[in-house]
Design a protein around this ligand. Structure first.
Ligand code: F6R
Length: 609
């Protein structure tokens, strides 16, 4: 995690770096810092907390330069503090670096630097070793010193370095952590992600793994790991920086909840032809490929993993192929059964989640065909996949994922429909029925959003609960996990999701009078069974909020409250059922005065293992 920004041009580096860092706070926000070469020395200012804290201490006019690097941090090694913040400098303040990632062998390097060079470390971070390594290798050539330092480092990193003796140059290097170079006229940028640069440039180079970049104000030169110059195509950014603004909403999360109808429509429209067929433009999977798959793995983390739980049931039903869903950090270490007849689906909003990327590489190494479902165009997961199914959610800024999840679900349906119709495991009538239901979803999500005050009232009533359960069966069980994650990550309430039928095998012991339970009952064929499960917990005195389809009112008898979603076929109900759960989590967190868009200990893009 962490966000990096570097600028080289003429004047005002400070302002541009701060602008960029603000756009990268989703990558971490527990401290921020900036380093500028001034009068033959590198001056560093850094401060724990959000970027506004840093801004307060860098106001002075004399603290500016035409080149500089900045960082917003998500702590891995060493607690959030001024001293552990980046940038880090070497002993005589002639070198400074910013780093995103983890240096796995930093202890070893640190001991060596202390023993051989008498280096005195200021911080508890792994990153500080990089500044000292470059410092000891530096003899007037920053590129050469960075290359030598990299030879010593193991782990994942995007690093950007500056040297006081070469105040016209930045050197950056990438291994398993994202990096883009922004192309300006008379200035250039380096950053962890495109939004950091969009105010100033629309053209970027996407830096690949193991590449090093040298940036001056007029030039960007990319080298591969053998030290050869690389020619890279320019990537034109077509989306707008304004899409990343709050537009009058109190929080990005609420804005993004409200953007779901649009995201769902866009994701559908990009992939649907007028005749209703799923268009696979840019996807090279053939009919033969699809028929050859005897197994599908869906691998992801967090909310994206929860989209996979729904995807499993949908693809199994439509394409009649066994689907396993796995958490990316588990998949890569368990020697999974993967071969050339395996379809591996990676789901990731950011496309930079290191666990997902590593799982994808492992699957590829074993011969799987890799299809990714990704929101960020040009991200690492997208680039390393054989095929990409983009979600068109637009930039998601709030740490808690909402619109990415619902658009990921849409991709699951489209993949299921495509595979099923190609294999002949679903007929035209069923295909058209699901398609009509998908097309109706944006309007139905709007209808739920219109009932926001109803959910807000529930949040006001129940926001003091310290424990909340989410239960459901079938597709509702997957949605329960997502509802529970939303609540815990932004309100810090201890929430727990479980398949409703599994409750009685242990977890029901936790039911107390007044325990709050969300009971999802949107699956018609499981409705009666679900009502029975609710009876079981009601008998223990729990308070129950049911989520059911309009017209299915029997559940009212066993619930304290019921929220109704519009009628739909069971298959697509997760897209609707999750909306009240997102809104509930949002308003509970608001009632509890939590930092909704930037919950504690979290970051939007998780590029560490
Ligand atoms: C939760 C959330 C996280 C992410 C997870 C994977 O609201 O946002 O659980 O879903 O870190 O991130 P991506 O989708 O970027 O791979």
């Amino acid at each position: 995690m962490c966000g990096i920004v570097g600028f080289v041009g003429s004047g005002n580096a400070k302002e541009k770096i701060i602008d960029g860092l603000k756009r990268l706070e989703y990558r971490g926000y527990d401290s921020a810092g900036i380093a500028l070469p001034i009068d033959g020395k590198i001056e560093i200012r850094k401060h724990v907390g959000e970027i506004k804290n840093l801004e307060k201490i860098i106001g002075e006019a004399e603290f500016d330069s035409s080149i500089g690097i900045g960082h917003t941090r998500w702590a891995t090694h060493g607690a959030p503090s001024d001293v552990n913040s980046h940038p880090h400098g070497n002993m005589d303040s002639s070198i400074a670096i910013v780093h995103n990632g983890i240096i796995e062998n930093y202890q070893e390097i640190k001991e060596w630097l202390i023993k051989e060079y008498g280096i005195v470390f200021k911080s508890e971070t792994d990153s500080e070793v990089i500044a000292h390594l470059i410092g000891i290798f530096y003899d007037g050539d920053l590129l050469a010193a960075v290359n030598k330092a990299v030879e010593e480092m193991r782990g994942a990193y995007a690093v950007c370095a500056i040297a006081a003796d070469e105040p016209d140059k930045m050197v950056a290097v990438r291994k398993d952590a994202p990096l883009v170079a922004g192309i300006g006229k008379g200035f250039n940028f380096i950053a962890s992600d495109i939004p950091a640069l969009l105010k100033y440039v629309r053209q970027v180079y996407l830096i690949e793994n193991n590449e090093t970049v040298v940036l001056t104000k007029d030039d960007i030169v990319i080298y591969n790991e053998n030290g050869d110059k690389v020619k890279r195509d320019v990537f034109n950014v077509t989306w707008d920086a304004d899409a990343a603004e709050k537009e009058g909403y109190d929080h990005f999360m609420l804005k993004e909840i409200h953007e779901q109808p649009k995201g769902i429509s866009e994701t559908l429209l990009r992939r649907l032809e007028e005749d209703g067929s799923v268009n696979l433009d840019g996807i090279s999977m053939t009919k033969e490929d699809i028929e050859s798959f005897n197994k599908v793995y869906i691998v992801a983390c967090g909310t994206a993993y929860h989209a996979g739980l729904v995807g499993k049931l949908v693809i199994e039903k439509m394409a009649r192929v066994p689907v396993e869903v796995d958490i990316a950090s588990e998949f890569r270490y368990r020697d999974p059964f993967v071969d050339e007849n395996t379809l591996f689906i990676a789901i990731s909003q950011s496309g930079e989640t290191l666990d997902t990327l590593a799982a994808l590489r492992e699957a590829k190494r074993k011969g799987a065909r890799v299809l990714s479902v990704v929101n960020v165009v040009g991200s690492s997961v997208a680039r390393e996949s054989d095929d990409v199914f983009y979600t068109w959610a637009g930039p998601e800024i709030a740490v808690a994922s909402t619109k990415a999840y619902t658009t990921q679900l849409i991709c699951m349906y489209l993949i299921g429909l495509y595979m099923g119709s190609t294999k002949g495991t679903i007929d035209k009538e069923y295909y058209n029925k699901v398609l009509d239901e998908l097309k109706a979803l944006p309007g139905k999500v709007e209808a739920i959003l219109d009932k926001e005050p109803e959910i807000e009232a529930l949040a006001k009533k129940y926001h003091r609960k310290e424990q909340v359960f989410y239960i459901g069966r079938g597709l509702d069980s997957g949605v329960s996990y997502e509802g529970s994650l939303k609540l815990k990550e932004i309100s810090y309430i201890n929430s727990f999701a479980i398949a409703a039928g599994e409750l009685k095998h242990g977890t029901i012991a936790l039911m107390e009078p007044d325990t709050l339970v969300f009971a999802l009952a949107t699956q018609d064929f499981l409705y009666e069974k679900m009502v029975s499960n609710v009876e079981e917990i009601r008998a223990r005195g729990a308070r129950i909020i049911g989520v059911s389809k309009e017209g299915k009112t029997e559940i009212e008898k066993v619930c304290d409250e019921v929220f109704y979603i519009p009628q739909c076929i069971d298959e697509v109900s997760p897209v609707l059922a999750v909306i009240p759960l997102q809104i509930f989590a949002y308003y509970v967190a608001k009632e509890r005065n939590c930092n909704i868009d930037k919950p504690k200990n979290l970051a939007k893009s998780v590029t560490v293992e």
